[in-house]
Design a protein around this ligand. Structure first.
Ligand code: ZN
Length: 147
């Protein structure tokens, strides 16, 4: 994992620390378990029957009802969750998703810092350097043409 992080014979400690943090983040993501998007809302609902207790003023309505729902790409999914193991399961899945988002964001930030700190390779051979310049120039010219 830790490749070429020595500069002038001394270990680049900040870079090494960041690499260790990155490994730890990958490990945590790997061990997250099942996760899913969405939120669980708690609802009270009036059934609409005029002779029902919920029709009385001040009655909160039937409930609480636990509704998991998510919107992905304009499509909404929803499911009622009975109070019990099903609600517990989905609650954990939704919480793990939040952890996944948090870990991913840190992973992106850590990688960004790693890129910042990692030096480019050194090329001592003049010929090799010229070849590389030629290749790079060609790459970027081709990219511009394609647009
Ligand atoms: Zn009712």
């Amino acid at each position: 994992m830790s490749t070429d992080i020595q500069i002038g014979g001394t270990v680049n400690q900040p870079l090494r620390d960041l690499e260790l943090r990155r490994e730890e983040l990958f490990r945590q993501i790997e061990n997250l378990g099942d996760f899913r998007r969405g939120i669980i809302s708690v609802n009270y609902r009036k059934c609409g029957k005029s002779n029902c207790a919920c029709a009385r003023k001040g009655h909160p309505g039937h409930g609480p009802q636990y509704l998991w729902n998510v919107s992905v790409g304009g499509k909404t999914q929803a499911r009622n969750l009975p109070l019990g193991p099903e609600l517990e399961k989905v609650q954990q899945e939704v919480e793990r998703y939040q952890s996944f988002v948090r870990l991913s964001q840190e992973l992106i930030a850590v990688n960004d810092q790693i890129c910042q700190l990692r030096p480019a390779r050194t090329i001592k051979d003049e010929n090799e350097l010229e070849q590389l310049k030629k290749k790079l120039r060609r790459n970027f010219v081709e990219k511009r043409k394609r647009k």
